[in-house]
Design a protein around this ligand. Structure first.
Ligand code: SF4
Length: 216
């Protein structure tokens, strides 16, 4: 039977409350000292683990700490530093071009809207949401990564692998103030309990509300 929107909202409310209690310190795992550094770390995190990004960013940000210095960086120098994050040629090109645009188009200041941020090379809706939520405390959208995609499908809150579709389906179910924290607790749950291909349903605090639970 199809679950009504109200029932879904109620179930989401319980799931989110339980996860917020379980992971009170859930936060962005990408190390950074400034919003610009978070933006670059997020671009590097595409198809790569946060842990791997955190290994390369200290060297990268020591050499090029801000948009101005990054915009002047030599492509080969950036490629060499970020090599291990994968897709390093495209990423290096994008982060230099992105920095140039921040300097030239936005006078060195990061814009604060999804529409403007997504005009920067290498920046999609996901990266814009991560930046606005974590560097500026703005809940402008919901960040949808692989954990959110997998777990929202298992919980049957969505039936899609399209990130934008998932975000649009989740927005009416979650209070706006919780959009950023929602992604953090889901990612932590995905790393610790609802692990891809081997979920620990017997240890899962939301199993009672999960139609895919293996522990029933
Ligand atoms: S019950 Fe199992 S499948 Fe459902 S969220 Fe928990 S760990 Fe994942």
């Amino acid at each position: 039977m199809r679950e009504s929107k109200i029932k879904k909202q109620e179930r989401m409310h319980i799931v989110l409350s339980l996860l917020k209690k379980e992971y009170p310190n859930a936060e962005c795992a990408l190390h950074h000292s400034t919003p610009f550094q978070l933006l670059i770390a997020t671009i590097l995190s595409a198809q790569c683990t946060d842990a791997r990004v955190n290994i390369v960013t200290p060297t990268l940000f020591t050499a090029f700490p801000n948009a101005y210095s990054m915009s002047k960086a030599k492509l080969t120098d950036v490629e060499e530093i970020i090599h291990s994050t994968g897709f390093y040629k495209a990423k290096a090109k994008n982060i230099i071009a992105c920095s140039e645009r921040i300097i030239k188009r936005f006078n060195g200041e990061l814009p604060l809207t999804i529409e403007e941020l997504t005009t920067l090379p290498g920046v999609g809706r996901k990266t814009a949401n991560v930046l606005l939520g974590n560097a500026f405390g703005l809940n402008a959208g919901i960040t949808v990564d692989t954990h959110v995609t997998r777990i929202m499908n298992l919980l049957k809150f969505v039936q899609s692998t399209d990130a934008v579709k998932i975000e649009m389906n989740l927005i009416p179910l979650i209070p706006q103030d919780d959009w950023t924290v929602f992604t953090h607790v889901i990612i932590q749950h995905g790393r610790e309990i609802c692990i891809a291909r081997r979920p620990k349903c017997q240890d899962c605090i939301i199993s009672h509300y999960c139609p895919s639970s293996l522990s029933r």
